[in-house]
Design a protein around this ligand. Structure first.
Ligand code: TYM
Length: 333
């Protein structure tokens, strides 16, 4: 079975950026690759690289699992699981750290950004995080990895590590390809459209969360920072706020960016923002309804158990193969 692998950290509330950059793309990727199994996980080990509140973390893990399912993924070719429930992820992370160089990790822009924001001690796990992520992917011989733009550098490093392992040990792992959506790979903050929309932004007005109600979504979009020109034109340098709203509208409706510009060429900003808010609300309402049903049903645990069994079998075999190649322990089949 060929695999597609991706994950999301269970930190904070899921927002429109994560949804358009990843979850919505998963649905499209599943449609384009019906012969692949999609392995999706909740990256709770990744979340631990910065301090977490135990109760909040546990709650968010379940919420994220329900949101994944509520978003309309095809369950026939989906294995959904929680990263920490598969011991092979932590094992693989250590093994891959032995094949990852300090210089490579020091170049990771996400580490530099996150370390800068961290006021107290920066954990060594935040630094080695890309090796954990490479392990998530290489454990399953993922052919494709759908992610947003900000994960591109981690994917490049994963490919380098995979090639390194294969050069050393023969064909050990599949070298993965990133699948980055053409539109929506980098949704920007609503209050500062030069920064990416992020669940860790202290300004709650900077984002729309997937579980926000209609009134709040409308409020957030209507107050999104724009400019004073009052023409709807896609220009990320001069008009980053409007360009971001055009991107959101395009990613949701499937209308190409020039078509969106043409549709709204005579509209003022308020009219355009109302249309964007309507599109976002229309997209999220059915997801929210399914989410509330799923969260209360035993179905969710059943799906997570099934996903765990599938992933565990595959990952444990891969670890064994690598341990044998490295000469660790006693030779095992
Ligand atoms: P995370 O949890 O930060 O984000 C999850 C996914 O959402 C995308 N994303 C965005 N896309 C567009 N616009 C935005 N503003 C935006 N914010 C987030 C991210 O690119 C990502 O695809 N390290 C990963 C999780 C991970 C993973 C993996 C992913 C761990 N192991 C293995 C793929 C394969 C992360 O922190 O994503």
């Amino acid at each position: 079975m060929k695999h597609i692998v991706s994950g999301i950290q269970p930190t904070g509330s899921l927002n429109l950026g994560t949804y358009l950059g990843s979850i919505k793309n998963f649905i499209d990727v599943q449609r384009r690759h019906p012969e692949h199994q999609l392995l999706l996980f909740i990256a709770d080990l990744h979340a631990l690289t910065v301090p977490q509140d135990k109760m909040k973390l546990r709650k968010t893990i379940k919420e994220l699992a329900a949101l994944y399912l509520a978003s309309g993924l095809n369950q026939d070719t989906l294995s959904l699981f929680i990263q920490s429930e598969i011991p092979a992820h932590a094992q693989m992370a250590y093994l891959l750290q032995c094949f990852t160089y300090m210089g490579e990790l020091e170049r990771m822009t996400q580490f530099k950004d996150k370390a800068q924001k961290q006021t107290k001690g920066v954990s060594s796990a935040l630094f080695t995080y890309p090796a954990l992520m490479a392990g998530d992917i290489l454990l399953y011989d993922a052919q494709y990895v759908p992610v947003g733009e900000d994960q591109k550098q981690h994917l490049e490093l994963t490919r380098d590590i995979a090639i390194r392992l294969n050069n050393r040990f023969g064909s050990m792992v599949t070298v993965p390809e990133p699948l980055i959506p053409k539109v929506g790979a980098r949704i920007m903050s609503l209050t500062d459209p030069t920064k990416k929309m992020s669940k860790s932004d202290v300004n709650v007005k900077s984002r729309v969360n997937l579980l926000d109600d209609e009134t709040l979504i409308r409020k957030r979009i209507m107050s999104a920072v724009t400019d004073s020109e009052d023409t709807i034109r896609y220009d990320t340098k001069e008009k980053p706020g409007i360009a971001n709203l055009i991107t959101i509208y395009s990613a949701i409706t499937g209308q190409a960016i020039p078509a969106v510009e043409a549709t709204f060429k005579d509209s003022d900003y308020a009219t355009f923002k109302r249309a964007v808010a309507d599109a976002v609300i229309g997209e999220l309402a059915p997801i929210q309804a399914r989410y509330h049903e799923l969260k209360a049903s035993p179905e969710l645990d059943r799906i997570l158990d099934e996903g765990k069994a599938y992933a565990d079998r595959f990952a444990t075999n891969k670890i064994r193969k690598l341990q044998n190649a490295l000469g660790l322990g006693r030779k095992r089949k």
